[in-house]
Design a protein around this ligand. Sequence first.
Ligand code: 5AD
Ligand code: SF4
Length: 484
Amino acid sequence: MHGMDLDKMDFSLTPPAQEPDRQYYFMAKCREYIKEECERLNRPLRAAVITFGCQMNARDSEKLSGILLEIGYELTEDEDADFVIYNTCTVRDNANQRVYGRLGHLNSLKKQNKHMKIALCGCMMQEPSAIEKIRQSYRFVDLIFGTHNIYKFAELLAAMFESDRMVTDIWNETDQIVENLPTERKYPFKSGINIMFGCNNFCSYCIVPYVRGRERSRSPQEILCEIKKLVSEGVVEVMLLGQNVNSYGKNLENPMTFAELLREVEKIEGLKRIRFMTSHPKDLSDELIQVMKESKKICRHLHLPLQSGSTRILKAMNRRYTKEQYLALVEKIRKEIPDISITTDIIVGFPGEEPCDVDETIDVVKKVRYDNAFTFIYSKRTGTPAAAMENQVPEAIVKEGFDRLLKVVQDTARERVRLLEGRTMEALVEEVNEHDSSLVTGRLSNNTIVHFKGDKSLIGQIVPVYLKECHGFYYLAEYATDVS
Ligand code: 5AD
Ligand code: SF4
């Protein structure tokens, strides 16, 4: 925690230039505004952070929530609140469309609650066309900022409270990483940790490098310090986050590999499980496989995006591996770590893709036998090289390929998950089951979901469970006394 007392801040002084002190100054200022508003309305003010997209965004939302709590809001999931922020995603167009749809609903809520404030941030805000559209058609939005200046949230909020016009602050790039701002975690026992930001790969379909900027790694000291602090607060599982964790550390003053970082994280006492996301196949080293193999804490799960099984399409995607190289890599990993579960991402309908390319992808799925695969229909993202390609695939053909692939993915995943039936394994209990409150839901080291009889006192504990019945992608299990 930062050592500053927000109630003793002197606003007659100019704001500090240094970060994060500057943000604590603005948090104190916002706290004054919120206090006044609460007194005026004679009730607490409530804020909702709504997250779209990936785990990176989920972690960013915890940072936004931390600041909102610090300045005096109560947090709620209800959008009928005094402050609502959408942390947006733009990786595929349907994410953007959902934001526009929900903004219409927010506008009607704002008409009933005049002092409601609405903010937008995240990847979609880094796209000039989205900003233009919001300025023209969604003028009731109070604050817009992007991915690079999220650490300035408190300062931007203060500007919003002082203005009656839309406040917009979008940066094209940054090399800054601001540490030590408040965060509010969703789960007390597990947490995501950013180890790097941005991406340098420029896969030809992907907008991420344009909206998240160039690769920047956090220093190992900062990462280890943050994890130790989390562990002291009760966290037992961490997920190390980056667009391409396998290239971690290349741009540090003292370069370090991802495998070396993992070795250090492993040493943290009290930490029980380590996960990471996402691995680019082209950068997955033998050193990493060895570290995973020797580790007692790194979970038996690897998310290894394939995107396509056709070497021709992979080349056009700028993925920099062939079908054969990918298969050889999987074989090497499985030989060293036989019980590992492998999951993937696949895109269908990339420009120029033909049914025979989908056959190649299906062939890889059958050979690898993924435990799970996220299949996406190609979405054209303005500004990416693939968007300018002429041979875009007609919708009906994409749909045909997608359905064919999905069937194989589901059949192979079911078969794989079923292999554990009858075994007893450890599960980290995450929550009381949403549909049946006599059950709790947990996750095995290999990321498979299990449900079994239990109550909320088990949440956050790692317990042995007997994997009794496989139901497609999850297990109905029983609390066991011993791990076999
Ligand atoms: N269209 C469809 N899927 C995409 N992804 C990234 N960009 C696109 C796009 N333009 C998918 C990739 C990536 C996952 C996070 O999203 O499969 O691994
Ligand atoms: Fe996008 Fe490729 Fe970077 Fe992943 S590695 S974020 S798919 S450009």
